[in-house]
Design a protein around this ligand. Sequence first.
Ligand code: RB5
Length: 157
Amino acid sequence: MMKIALGADHAGYRLKEEIAEHLKKGDRKDHSYGEYEVMDCGTNSEDPVDYPDFGIKAAQAVRDGVCKYGILICGTGVGMSITANKIHRIRAALCHTTQMAKLCRKHNDANILVLGARVIEPQVAIEMVDIFLATDFAGGRHERRVKKIAQLEMEVH
Ligand code: RB5
């Protein structure tokens, strides 16, 4: 079973719960892929928290191979994407449309989908999750580009 790390702050908490339910239920329109195991990295209420605490935990689970992909949610998605992209081997993509969710997998081999709960509709978010998880990296010329990003992690700036 593919393991997915979910993380959110208070602004993303409700959407995180919806996505977790959706993944566990397996009620996706596209049944071509299997069930998911969810690693819930919190937060677990709408009490105010600091998004880096939860983004770091989920991103580290992806970096360490404990989870194949991560889904991070805050109000805009900006804080979570800045946070996650500090972690080595993380390519976190802040997406607003289903097309972005598809292309960030195909072209960028994104391993974390970032969503802004205050700027998108929950139904669109669920669709983005399904598309993100069902789309493979296209490789080829895109592989060369992604490798150039990975190279940055080896260099001192
Ligand atoms: C919390 O109010 C908000 O700042 C946070 O969810 C996120 O949008 C930060 O980028």
